[in-house]
Design a binder for this molecule. Structure first.
Ligand SMILES: Nc1ncnc2c1ncn2[C@@H]1O[C@H](COP(=O)(O)OP(=O)(O)O)[C@@H](O)[C@H]1O
Ligand SMILES: [Mg+2]
Length: 358
């Protein structure tokens, strides 16, 4: 197990920028995820940690050891590639044992270790199968076993679930998390899927265009996104603009096109310095924090017209046009009648559920 530090790391490909100034410290035993859309620099950053790319600038440390210039085989990282990169003509056993052969581990020890790992990833009895005789999910587990059998200090996973269908993806998500907790191994996980990132990670680094946008726990990133990109990339949200008209203690009055909203300020989450009378602000309000109001007036009650009503059984989702802004809400079904398109609806926006972004 080892911590991983990227100290102001940059990577340029000729004139094209790969990633810019990534500065992170990943704790020993942490499950840390790089999250962002395709092309944002996740794989590039991961490959620098594995040693397949060298940084154009900056340093990489495992614990206190500077590994910036070490080749991959001297880093003791286990990597699962997006396409698995298994040897199709070799058996499951041979694929998993490969890294041990390269490291000159004796045959008896290799056999013992491969069998132990096959048990851990639930592949018992599959040793003699060829890779092309396996399902996608089984291939994924072979790739995982091959990375783990060398007992790496750090496990690196590049979109390991992207080739699986939705149901298997969910199951395998829990499998990977279970293994990581059981082994306590420092794990760096790459994905473009926010649900995957939210459900598995201790912390997430959100990237866009080669630039780190935010680093935080799933809770922080979801509830206190630092900008418009993060707010809309992580789940659904309502982004409303407004102008600050009063600041009183830890409460802020904001004028919006749909009326005045009272917002609570959180000491750590809000960019306090920018909240001042006359400033324009961007607010993020998650749909699940908004409730249909049975009264049409009151503090933080806005009224609008239903544009879309969706009944999923467990939930009732509305999109309402409120002033010039659409407002999405998502509530647990309490058995109330569902408002139809065109009906007038009151929505209550609790003041503690309004987060300032940007
Ligand atoms: N070997 C390479 N040569 C040139 N450009 C590259 C290379 N690898 C990645 N890039 C560029 O770096 C950026 C980040 O790519 P990548 O890290 O693969 O993104 P992601 O994994 O987030 O989809 C992209 O613009 C990509 O085109
Ligand atoms: Mg990638």
């Amino acid at each position: 197990m080892s911590s991983v530090t990227l100290d102001h790391v940059h990577k340029r490909f000729g004139t094209a920028k790969g990633v810019e100034d990534v500065h992170i410290h990943i704790e020993s035993g942490e499950f840390f995820t790089f999250l962002g859309p395709s092309g944002c620099g996740k794989t590039t950053t991961l490959r620098m940690i594995a040693g397949f790319y060298y940084p154009s600038e900056g340093n990489i440390r495992f614990g206190s050891q500077d590994v910036t210039d070490l080749p991959p085989h001297k880093r003791n990282t286990g990597m699962v590639f997006q396409n698995y990169a298994l040897f199709p003509h070799m058996t499951v056993f041979e694929n998993i044992a490969f890294g041990l052969q390269v490291r000159k581990v004796s045959k008896t020890e290799a056999k013992e270790r491969v069998e132990r790992i096959m048990g851990l990833v639930r592949l018992e009895g599959y040793g003699e199968r060829r890779i092309d005789q396996l399902s996608g999910g089984q291939q994924q587990r072979v790739a995982l076993a091959r990375a783990l059998v060398i007992e790496p200090q750090i496990l690196l996973l590049d979109e390991p679930l992207s080739n699986l269908d939705a149901k298997l993806r969910e199951e395998t998500r829990f499998e990977i998390k279970r293994l990581q907790l059981e082994l306590g191994i420092t794990t760096i996980y790459v994905t473009h899927d926010q649900a995957e990132a939210m459900s598995m990670s201790d912390r997430i680094m959100v990237m866009q265009g080669g630039v780190v946008q935010q680093i935080g726990t799933p809770h922080d990133i979801y509830h206190a996104p630092v900008n418009r990109f993060v707010a809309s990339f992580i789940g659904e949200t309502n982004l409303w603009t407004g102008t600050v008209v009063a600041v009183e203690g830890d409460e802020v009055q904001v004028r919006t096109s749909s009326g005045q909203l009272l917002c609570g300020l959180r000491k750590n989450a809000s960019p306090l310095s920018r909240i001042a009378v006359g400033e324009s602000v961007l607010m993020s309000i998650r749909p699940e924090s908004i409730q249909e109001s049975l009264v049409s007036e009151g503090e933080n009650v806005v009224t609008g017209t239903v544009e879309m009503a969706e009944f999923t059984g467990a939930c009732v989702n509305y999109v309402a046009q409120v002033g010039s802004e659409p407002l999405r809400s998502m509530s647990i079904n309490l058995g109330r009648p569902i408002k139809q398109r065109g009906a007038s609806i009151g929505m209550h926006i609790p003041k503690e559920s309004i987060y300032f972004a940007e």
